[in-house]
Design a protein around this ligand. Structure first.
Ligand SMILES: C[S@@+](CC[C@H](N)C(=O)[O-])C[C@H]1O[C@@H](n2cnc3c(N)ncnc32)[C@H](O)[C@@H]1O
Ligand SMILES: Nc1nc2[nH]cc(C(=O)O)c2c(=O)[nH]1
Ligand code: SF4
Ligand SMILES: [Mg+2]
Length: 236
């Protein structure tokens, strides 16, 4: 059985982003990423400042039950890039056997067959401001293999160039529900008041951009709800 590098397990909290925003969920955050986005709000998963514990699927399920009790029925697997880890297939099987739904957050760079068993798959291709380059041949594989009922695309937008990238992504993959997300430019500040007022201003800017774009007629525009409520706090 393959072990999974786990950075943190927390919840229940609410999903603060994307297709199931507001839904009560536990989080399992894996270590390691094949990207290094300039503005990554979870860089401790890959930059050496955090540490992971190598765990089996059974151990993760047992920790989820210890921490969440009987107060959850949905688990979100994020990272880092969870799709780097083969062992997550086993975790998804065990959760599904227990009647627990699953979600995954990934940038769409590595395919794993267990992705088809996930209830809510969020693919978040990275815009130019991240410093990363999208491999569209890899994203095409996700489009071919995942159903539109279980999947969404979510692009974080910091500026006009990112917005144009988001329009391209949405146009290229029209069948997947599409989400625009406000970018958090300061993922380390502890000044919650200044952060929230800045993020709400950015949210208004992003709404205005979407409203003015005919490509975005079907898109949804969202903030990171957890950041508005808890700022940059970890484990929420
Ligand atoms: C930390 S990533 C982990 C999953 C995967 N590596 C990915 O990027 O999709 C989880 C989500 O947070 C988003 N994110 C990361 N840093 C952010 C920031 N500074 N502002 C807004 N969203 C951010 C990512 O785009 C992704 O949708
Ligand atoms: N509440 C909450 N919602 C989230 N949605 C995506 C998250 C992530 O870091 O992947 C996240 C997170 O860390 N917390
Ligand atoms: S792909 Fe996700 S986890 Fe990896 S660096 Fe980018 S935002 Fe962070
Ligand atoms: Mg996050």
């Amino acid at each position: 059985m393959s072990k999974i590098p786990v950075m943190e397990i927390f919840g229940p909290t609410i999903q603060g982003e994307g297709m199931v925003i507001g839904k009560k969920t536990m989080f399992v955050r894996t270590g390691g990423c094949d990207y290094k986005c300039s503005w990554c709000d979870s860089s401790f998963t890959w930059d050496g400042t955090g540490s992971s514990t190598s765990m089996t699927a059974e151990e993760i399920v047992s920790d989820l039950q210890k921490i969440g009790g009987d107060q959850f029925s949905h688990v979100t697997i994020s990272g880092g890039n969870p799709a780097l880890h083969k062992g997550i297939g086993e975790l998804v099987d065990q959760l599904s056997f227990l009647g627990i739904e699953t979600a995954v957050e990934t940038q769409g760079t590595f395919w794993k067959d267990w992705l088809t068993d996930i209830t809510d798959v969020t693919i978040s291709p990275k815009p130019p401001s991240s410093g990363m380059t999208t491999d569209f041949a890899k994203l095409d594989v996700f489009y071919e293999r995942l159903s539109k009922e279980q999947t969404s695309l979510k692009v974080v937008v910091f500026d006009d160039v990112d917005f144009a990238y988001a329009e391209d992504i949405h146009s290229r993959y029209p069948e997947f529900p599409f989400y625009l997300q406000v970018g958090n430019e300061d993922a380390t500040t502890t000044n919650d008041q200044a952060l929230v007022s800045d993020l709400l201003e950015k949210y208004e800017w992003l709404i205005d951009k979407a409203v003015a774009s005919k490509t975005m007629n079907k898109a949804r525009v969202l903030p990171q709800l957890h950041t508005l409520v808890w700022g940059n706090k970890r484990g929420v």
